[in-house]
Design a protein around this ligand. Structure first.
Ligand code: PLP
Length: 403
């Protein structure tokens, strides 16, 4: 074996990386389960998991074995041929998602691009020349041109005009605004929302999941596609396989990514109902769509989530953690929101600095979103002991900060 090792980083040399990320002054060289390790072996509890990606934890042996074995067998052939692992992964994913058709992409944004194309083609098939899609305020759908245009955050859009047209924005949770849009815009063909806004602060709509049920009704009434962005909420994160499964409805289109590959870059756009059959030969594609390697990872991730009952664990551990926060932070001015292991603690003031305090003083990796919301996205297989560790570190972090 030709072992190439990484030379020590030369901090006196200029970096060649485009400076698009605000990076923390730390790097990890190893991960195991719920923990990350720096070069000198210092251990950090990871309540971010690569932003809701590594749900099975770091270096899960089933994923490692799938990658190593498939890499040594066959990585990629292109979609000019049948890819047996892709067929198998699609079957497994369709089953847990309640969907019929699956197209594999390589990221969340790309999955949403697929959904936007499905909506537009769906409109054109019905003779709508300028099909429009309703999207929500404070949403996040990605960084490509169409998905940043769909995103409800000016900071993501600034500097990239002209934006992609065809989106109508409504306040998240506002059914009347949707009904009004329906009257004013006869060319609406779809609604795209997140069941729980992740970047927007770990929020359902004010009326909770019944918002999704109301959207389903409106979509049925107007023959629109109901499309859910489950890039962050999918794959067991919220205590159901997909967050829409907290309701009694089913969307026509679901997009997912993040937890689907446990760190291997892969996503999917899926259809059922009136979303089926819209995209046909030649309409869509991607060189890397469902490689043998990526597909085997997806198959393995879903199989592991099922065998290790991780959706159930996310539900029970998430409920336990939220319950403990509600008890132990009862005297604090905070709002706690939790859906399985997607947990937000809203503080009464901006708290971005807590990312550094948590890391340096509590050896805890977390994220702050929407300015004042601590966002926790721990591993789906978190144990009771690790949950207790997380709870005690967060409780003292919050109490110190608000003291
Ligand atoms: C992260 C995210 C995306 C974008 O996914 P990428 O893989 O970064 O392109 C889209 N939608 C939601 C809800 C997300 O959380």
């Amino acid at each position: 074996m030709n072992n190439i090792t990484l030379a020590p980083v030369q901090t006196d040399q200029p970096s060649h990386l485009m400076p698009v990320f605000g990076r923390q002054p730390i790097s990890f060289v190893r991960g195991r389960g719920a923990y990350l390790y720096t070069e000198d072996g210092t251990e950090y509890l990871d309540a971010l998991t690569g932003i809701a990606v590594c749900g099975l934890g770091h270096s899960h042996p089933a994923v490692t074995e799938a990658i190593a074995e498939q890499a040594a067998t066959l990585i990629h052939t292109s979609n000019l041929f049948e890819v047996p692992w892709q067929t198998a992964a699609a079957q497994k994913l369709a089953e847990v998602a309640g969907m019929e058709e699956v197209f594999f992409s390589n990221s969340g944004a790309e999955s949403n691009e697929g959904a936007i194309k499905i909506a537009r083609k769906f409109g054109h098939l019905q003779g709508v020349a300028n099909p429009k899609i309703i999207v929500a305020a404070h949403s996040f759908h990605g960084r490509t041109l169409a998905t940043l245009s769909a995103t409800g955050n000016k900071k993501v859009q600034d500097g990239f005009a002209p934006l992609v047209e065809g989106f109508i924005r409504v306040p998240f949770g506002d059914i009347e605004a949707i009904e009004e849009a329906a009257i004013n815009h006869p060319d609406i063909v779809a609604i795209l929302v997140e069941p729980i806004q992740g970047e927007g602060g770990v929020n359902t709509a004010p009326q909770g999941f019944s918002y999704l049920e109301e959207i389903r009704q409106i979509c049925n009434q107007h023959n629109w596609l109901m499309m859910l962005d489950e890039v962050q909420t999918g794959n067991g994160r919220t205590g159901k396989y997909f967050a829409y499964q907290h309701t009694s409805i089913i969307p026509d289109v679901i997009t997912t990514a993040k937890g689907l590959g446990n760190g291997f870059p892969i996503g999917a756009v899926m259809t059922q109902g009136r979303g089926v059959g819209v995209l046909t030969a030649g309409n869509h594609g991607s060189t890397y769509s469902g490689t043998a390697l990526g597909s085997r990872v997806v198959y393995t991730v879903i199989d592991t989530i099922q065998k290790e009952n991780l959706v159930e664990n996310a539900a029970t551990m998430g409920a336990y953690i939220v319950d403990q926060f509600k008890q132990q932070l009862a005297d604090q001015n905070v709002i706690i929101r939790g859906f399985g292991l997607m947990i937000g603690i809203e503080l009464p003031k901006a708290c971005g600095e807590l990312v550094n305090v948590a890391r340096d003083e509590h050896h805890l990796i977390l994220n702050v979103t929407a300015g004042s919301v601590i966002r926790l996205l721990p591993t789906l297989n978190i144990t009771k002991e690790q949950a207790d560790e997380l709870i005690s570190r967060i409780v003292s972090l919050v109490k110190n900060f608000l003291a």
